[in-house]
Design a protein around this ligand. Structure first.
Ligand SMILES: [Zn+2]
Ligand SMILES: [Zn+2]
Ligand SMILES: [Zn+2]
Length: 374
């Protein structure tokens, strides 16, 4: 009998959000301390798990069972970022792989900024852990890879403007830190008539633009991308103007995952990418806690191979199984949210063309395999 995990099993384990302390009690993604036994906890991004730590050979170093390497805590652990990630003690850098992605953070002497930044980093760690677990390249443009890396500016608009715009350009993602203010973000969500607006959603959307540059542009995926999403060489300025003047086409829900996706092929890609990340993270979390869609009363009309971009792909059957299982779970979670008087857990409806695009995103993701640098 072999205990080797298959690639898919290992990936599912890395993506799971269910962890246990060495004392056996459950611990969670953001925890720094086990409340049951008092163990110091840290997150291991390469294994995708929260680990209980033992004091290491030198002061400020740590070890954990199952690993021979000596570790240290991220330098942002005691900052408003509250980062619980680990890195190799031998790494001369102070910050973990996620915190090294920052180029600009707001002035945390300001109490609002400190609070905003803490929330932003929490969402960013969820994003980054998932990118790493999916095997996507994650390297800091500032510290590790000036050419092709990724970095973040978290900016606050000056009182007299101009307003900071959230967006992506050439590996730099800019986030308006006021998106971390619940009241302000909710106000914008209403004004824009969006069903869903979160920090994590912003991160997933913007990083989708970054990975388009890295994984689609100038690769064998570019022509298939254009066939499926449309030609991204169409003027973005015209698309923006059209969207502003006319709004989305009335029948957008038959072809797109969201109304914003109708604007331009790039936005369609970024929206689809974000939804792929929503699906994978929530499903892996459900399965990590043994929430099995097979045990639920089936009320959904499952998608079949005719909805796929590549029905003959070796992963096609598995993709459909996961997607349909996830839709089962979402149906139940939406009903549960309504039972609590809360907005829907997943306020979107999938259509066949969106499913095809999701499968395409998965194929591009599976085609990219990188190892993280701690
Ligand atoms: Zn414990
Ligand atoms: Zn960190
Ligand atoms: Zn976008």
């Amino acid at each position: 009998m072999t205990t080797e995990l298959t690639d898919a099993q290992a990936r599912a384990r890395r993506l799971s959000r269910s962890y246990r302390c060495r004392c056996g009690k459950p611990v969670f993604f953001d925890n720094t301390l086990c409340l049951a036994c008092g163990a110091t906890l840290g997150y291991l991004p390469d294994e995708g798990r929260v680990a209980a730590l033992e004091a290491g050979p030198q002061p400020g170093t740590w070890t954990t069972s199952g690993r021979a390497d000596v570790l240290k805590l991220c330098g942002n652990r005691h900052s408003p970022a509250g980062c619980n990630w680990l890195m190799y003690a031998a790494n001369p850098k102070d910050l973990c792989i996620a915190c090294r992605l920052n180029r600009t953070i707001p002035d945390v002497q300001d109490a609002d900024n400190a609070r905003y930044w803490g929330r932003i980093e929490g969402a960013k760690r969820r994003l980054t852990s998932q990118l790493i677990a999916l095997g996507l390249p994650v390297r800091s443009k500032l510290h590790d890879d000036p050419e092709r890396g990724l970095m973040f500016d978290f900016l606050r608009s000056p009182p007299k403007g101009p307003q900071v715009m959230t967006g992506h350009a050439d590996g730099l993602i800019t986030i308006n830190v006021e998106e971390a203010d619940d009241a302000k973000r909710e106000q914008i969500r209403h004004a824009m008539r969006e069903p869903y607006r979160t920090l994590l959603g912003h991160f997933r959307h913007e990083v989708g633009h970054y990975y388009w540059d890295r994984l689609v542009w100038n690769t064998r995926w570019l022509e298939p991308f254009r066939n499926l999403f449309g030609d991204e060489r169409a003027s973005y300025a015209d698309a923006l103007k059209r969207n502003y003047e006319q709004g989305p086409p009335a029948d957008w829900a038959h072809s797109y995952i969201s109304s914003y996706a109708t604007m331009h092929p790039w936005e369609d890609w970024a929206e689809t990418w974000a939804h792929y990340m929503h699906v994978v993270d929530t499903l892996a979390t459900a399965m990590g806690f043994s929430l099995d869609p097979h045990n639920l009363e089936g009320h959904i009309e499952p998608f079949g191979p005719d909805a796929l971009y590549a029905p003959d792909d070796p992963n096609a059957t598995r993709f459909l199984e996961l997607l349909n299982g996830w839709l089962e779970i979402v149906m139940v979670l939406n009903e549960m949210a309504r039972s609590m008087g809360q907005p829907d857990f997943y306020p979107f409806v999938m259509c066949k063309p969106a499913v095809a695009k999701l499968q395409f995103v998965q194929m591009v993701v599976l085609d990219s395999r990188s190892n993280p640098e701690l």
